[in-house]
Ligand binder design. Structure first.
Ligand SMILES: Cc1ncc(COP(=O)(O)O)c(C=O)c1O
Length: 502
């Protein structure tokens, strides 16, 4: 058999790619560097299931319970015993996505509602669909110069709580993918005073406890359920996540039942051991490694003096504006990858996002700084149009300076529709309805049957069940002209939209 996945990943591994993307272990380099490869190499031999002497993640009583408790004690070492005893920590082996789904469906019974930031992860929308829950959206703040999602403002959340006293819960994405966090102590208290549960998507914040220069976890703000992706910002295997919840407010039995609905019935012991290995590193070396990382980032950012770097709340997320230099973020990411062997976490039209973790070395930053300066010096504007990533020939060429057509990208201005469209049908009913494809220009006042998520900025301007107005039609027509990428729309040409059949 042609082991296509294995072969490709081995090829990438051999290329010693500099990783500023997930997973946080950066191709396992941190395990080798710290002598943890001896554990990681053994994982497949220890792989097992629920047999005599092991445990069951969905009803942990033995080693999994002990392990989860150990990690809670590492993460919240400085917390007073009373508060710590009120917390439970559970492993998630289907990523934070399953934790978000379970948290929302635990806090909200079907046909109740939840206040949620519009720029939330797809799993939050999915939870509303699965659980038949009505989302009440709070507008996302967007930094337009960089197309960076900032989360919803506290004030908007508070207004939404006041106007929707019947809502069961508030869902906050903090930090955002781009590393933006706000102080939510008062918001959490206000939600609690109004009898609403608080769920925080902290998928990008598992490392927050490693330095006082990082934002504090929402657990300290009193949130009821906090979900963290260990695999994103700490050294652990992809899909490993945790949920921390307050025993005094969360119905444990409902949470466990829902978790077993959205998560595999064969939880991977390899993943759970990977979380343990990760937190052994966290406990023994984490603070020092994070201090070194923050120093390296400080030097790196100082070196990037010719670029505009967006000030994120989390220094380990570095967003560099490239459009201002005449290179759009997508092209810039390709130049970094295929000319300098550096992979970023994300590109949007306006720039690139580096996700650095304690597994990144000084040399990663030095090489990247060199590349960033070289790109400006050699004026490598624009795209590698005929570039085929698998071609060794092109790789060779690119190292000698010939990288295809060169053109400048212009900044594009898109006027996103303001406001969140009114909802005429629940998400789940719209999802279940029969649909028809209609020309975008003819969709006025009709109910959408699909998501419309333009990139940039990567936020839904329309969701199933919402009504289409003229502003949205004008936006889509303009977006088509500007060739803006739109996720969600099934029509590749962006000419038609799926509507609920009348
Ligand atoms: C903000 C946010 N929340 C949740 C998730 C889902 O996390 P996971 O990949 O662990 O399922 C992501 C994934 O990228 C995310 O960016």
């Amino acid at each position: 058999m042609d082991m296509a996945i294995y072969n490709k990943l081995s090829y990438i591994h051999k290329s010693e790619l500099i990783s500023f993307h997930m997973p946080g272990h950066k191709y396992g380099r941190i395990f080798e560097k710290l002598g943890y490869d001896k554990y990681m190499d053994k994982l497949y031999k220890l792989d097992t299931t629920e047999i005599l002497g092991t445990d069951n993640l969905h009803n942990a009583k033995g080693i999994i319970k002990i392990s989860q408790e150990n990690i809670k004690n590492i993460l919240f070492a400085g917390m007073n015993q009373y508060d710590k005893d009120n917390l439970d920590l559970v492993y998630l082996v289907n990523g934070s996505s399953c934790g978000i789904e379970a948290a929302i469906m635990t806090a909200c019974k079907s046909r109740t509602s939840i206040i949620i930031n519009r720029g939330c992860h797809q799993s939050a929308y999915n939870a509303c669909m699965l659980g038949r829950i009505e989302p009440i959206f709070v507008a996302e703040q967007i930094n337009e110069e960089n197309n960076v999602l900032m989360g919803a403002s506290n004030q908007d959340y508070i207004e939404a709580i006041k106007s929707n006293p019947h809502a069961s819960a508030v869902f906050i994405t903090r930090p955002t993918y781009y590393g933006m966090s706000q102080d939510i102590d008062e918001l959490v208290s206000f939600a609690h005073e109004n009898n609403m549960m608080v769920i925080v998507d902290e998928a990008h914040g598992a490392h927050f406890g490693l330095s006082h220069l990082l934002p504090k976890s929402a657990v300290y703000s009193g949130a009821d359920m906090v979900i963290q992706s260990v695999h994103k910002t700490l050294p652990s295997i992809t899909q490993t996540s945790i949920m921390i919840y307050r025993k005094s407010t969360v119905d444990k039995s409902r949470l466990s039942s829902i978790l077993s609905m959205v998560e595999t019935s064969s939880p991977s012991y390899m993943m759970m051991m990977s979380i343990e290995i990760c937190f052994d590193i966290y406990e023994k070396k984490g603070l020092v490694l994070m201090q070194n990382l923050i120093n390296n980032i400080y030097i790196f950012r100082r070196g990037l003096k010719d670029y505009k770097v967006f000030p994120t709340s989390d220094p380990t997320k570095i967003f560099v504006n490239t459009i201002e230099k005449g290179i759009n973020g997508y092209d810039f990411a390709k130049v970094l990858r295929y000319r300098y062997n550096i992979q970023v976490e994300l590109a949007n039209y306006n720039g690139v996002l580096f996700l650095a973790t304690i597994a990144n070395t000084k040399s990663d930053f030095d090489k990247t700084l060199f590349a960033m300066e070289d790109i400006l010096e050699k004026k490598l504007f624009g795209a590698l149009v005929d570039f085929h990533e698998d071609s060794q020939e092109v790789l060779k060429q690119s190292k000698t300076g010939s990288i295809g057509s060169i053109y400048r990208s212009e900044a594009i201005e898109i006027d996103l529709p303001v406001g969140i469209p009114p909802r005429k049908m629940s998400l789940d009913k719209a999802f279940d309805s029969d649909k028809e494809d209609i020309k975008i220009e003819d969709a006025l006042n009709r109910i959408s049957g699909e998501f419309v998520i333009p990139y940039p900025p990567g936020i839904a301007v329309l969701a199933p069940g919402e009504v289409i107005d003229q502003e949205l039609i004008d936006f889509l027509v303009e977006a088509r002209k500007l060739k803006i990428d739109i996720n969600g729309l099934e029509s590749q040409s962006f000419n038609t939209i799926k509507l609920v059949k009348e």
